[in-house]
Ligand binder design. Structure first.
Ligand code: C2O
Length: 573
């Protein structure tokens, strides 16, 4: 399946490189040499997992979907045709979309959905990017099955900054429910309560032998003793963070969110939804079959979650097949220490362009709320704490999607769809981590609105992300579109500028940061890419509940600092 589609792609990209006219902005790019064309058809297929059959939405009938292979600075053109009955968009997670905000993909932020039967062609350049990223549906909860890897190799002749692996493999982690994902989201919203735990975790769509009916539904990598493998780990999970480990083997982290890191070696790691981590694994153990395990990291209190791990096999050539595989040791589900230790060790290989001066000092709280129940039946209270409705917010604002995209509203000066008064600091200051009154709907109510924060072109931004304890503290994977940011600091408790230690030497350069449970993270970036950029928790349920906001980054001067016109085929609202 992968083979035939990549042949197809090679042929097409060869043909296209002869005549595809490059867009207006492309004249200025240091073009990597190739334009790569992909054809994505959003299609529904029937699958059977864990002894039950259901219809899932996919790209090209594949789950996980097709891999986009490219080199740094390549131009990517993906024609997405929606052959499913549902609205669809695709987001290229981690692609910085320099001057191509129109191709970013979050529904109602940069575009309206591609309706059934329609198509839209995404065009963007992988400008100065290399490593592992991924693409996923950015509408409702369709990401569960509409996802795939983006593998960007360095330019020809440029080596990896680590020993060349014998082979590479992509491992996409996910979650699986028997329910239809659109129906599941609707039910969660209607109830006001928490989502049900996943039926299973998945590794490249396989749950592995620990779940019912799945003894043979196991992903496997065959390995040659003595060789070193590069595993490109991607979390496409919806609502769970995961620990990952391989029995008996160490993991050397060499890249996170498609940026090289100083190599460091661990027994296990945590990966949040939206993160990608490349690890080197040396097959240096006795010939056998070893488990690769994906289990839960759950930092919140009183949440029910799937506690059974997904298992894949790391299988040495020559291992006898009736052998039981060796079990991997994962941390316990709430081992925050492992998470913080890993974060501490994550350092950029080269941190260039880290702003030392700051123009915009922002402070956003990140957490949950309990809003008033508006159930039509007054006797039937909602399923959230104290009979309220669970919500989530940044600076206590629960984001509401507009019904045409923010980018179109901004670009065309359409009034009344959003306001530009997203607060740069919380409107109320309190002991964020400990002082929030729990379970009192009146005091945990969020503001509801479509608010954005406007940034001048080129402003150097520092943003403190502070977790709150309302309902529960929790590690939230916060993702910013259109940029990577330096994670210059993090800690537990409330951020205190007097005592916070910042790393301005070699901080990691990420697109998604798991803000420590009951703690904070400080990020920095230069707002030099004009457009409307979504920032949100990468747990889909928190996104649904409003844990998001958008930045508008204004144009600068001249064509290299100005957002171009929208593409002619931008979907109609
Ligand atoms: Cu990976 Cu806004 O998403």
């Amino acid at each position: 399946m992968a083979l035939s589609s990549s042949h197809h792609i090679l042929l097409l990209s060869f043909l296209l490189s002869c005549y595809v006219p490059l867009g207006l902005a492309s004249r200025h790019w240091p073009v990597g040499g190739s334009t790569r064309f992909y054809d994505f058809k959003v299609q529904t297929i029937r699958v059977t997992k864990l002894c039950k059959t259901k219809d899932i939405v996919t790209v090209n009938g594949m789950f996980p979907g097709p891999v986009i292979y490219a080199q740094e600075d390549d131009r990517i053109i993906v024609k997405v045709t929606n052959e499913s009955p549902h609205n669809a968009t695709i987001h290229w997670h981690g692609v910085r979309q320099r001057l191509s905000c129109w191709a970013d993909g979050p529904s109602y932020i940069t575009q309206c959905p591609i309706q059934a039967g329609q198509s839209f062609t995404y065009e963007f350049t992988l400008f100065q990017q290399k490593g592992t990223l991924f693409w996923h549906a950015h509408i409702s909860w369709l990401r569960a099955t509409v996802n795939g890897a983006i593998v960007i190799y360095p330019k020809t002749g440029v080596p990896y900054p680590f020993p060349y692996p014998y082979e590479e493999h992509v491992l996409i982690f996910g979650e699986y429910w028997h329910k239809d994902m659109l129906q599941l989201e609707n039910e969660v919203v209607a109830s006001g309560g928490s989502p049900p735990p996943a039926e299973a975790y998945l590794i490249n769509s396989h749950p592995g032998p620990r779940y019912n009916c799945s003894a043979t539904d196991v992903y496997k990598i065959d390995v040659v003793p003595g060789k070193t493998y590069l595993l490109r780990l991607i979390s496409a999970s919806l609502n769970m963070e995961h620990f990952f480990a391989i029995a008996g083997h160490k993991l050397t982290i060499v890249e996170a969110d498609a940026e090289y890191t100083k190599p460091f070696t661990v027994d296990r790691l945590m990966i949040t939804p939206g993160q990608t981590i490349n690890v080197l694994v040396k097959a240096d153990q006795p010939i056998d079959r070893y488990d690769m395990a994906v289990g839960p990291y759950m930092s919140a209190q009183n949440v029910t979650f799937q506690n059974i791990s997904a298992i894949a096999h790391f299988q040495y050539t020559g291992a006898t097949l009736d052998d039981l595989s060796l079990p991997a040791q994962l941390p316990v589900y709430n081992d925050n220490l492992v998470v913080n230790t890993n974060l501490h060790m994550l350092r950029s290989l080269n941190a260039t362009n880290l702003p030392s001066e700051i123009d915009a000092n922002l402070f956003f709280t990140v957490g949950l709320n309990v809003d008033e129940c508006h159930s039509s039946n007054p006797n039937k209270s909602c399923k959230g704490p104290s009979g309220g409705v669970l919500a989530a917010s940044m600076n206590n604002v629960s984001f509401v999607k507009p019904n045409i995209s923010l980018l179109q509203a901004y670009y065309n000066n359409i009034n009344g769809l959003y306001t530009d008064d997203f607060p740069g600091v919380p409107l109320k200051t309190y002991d964020f981590v400990n002082g929030a009154p729990n379970n009192i709907p009146n005091n945990t109510q969020s503001l509801i609105g479509t608010k954005v924060k406007v940034l001048e072109y080129g402003s150097r931004v520092q943003l403190i992300l502070q977790n709150t304890g309302t309902v529960t503290t929790e590690n939230h994977p916060i993702h910013l579109h259109g940029y990577n940011f330096y994670v210059v600091g993090y800690g537990t408790g409330n951020y205190n500028p007097m005592s916070a230690k910042l790393n301005l030497a070699d901080p990691p350069y990420m697109n998604t940061i798991g803000v420590p449970v009951g703690g904070w993270a400080a990020i920095r970036f230069v707002a030099d890419n004009p457009g409307v950029w979504f920032m949100h928790c990468h747990f889909d349920v928190h996104l649904t509940w409003g844990l998001s906001m958008a930045f508008i980054v204004k144009n600068g001067e001249g064509s290299l600092e100005t957002l171009p016109h929208p593409p002619a085929d931008l979907p109609k609202c």
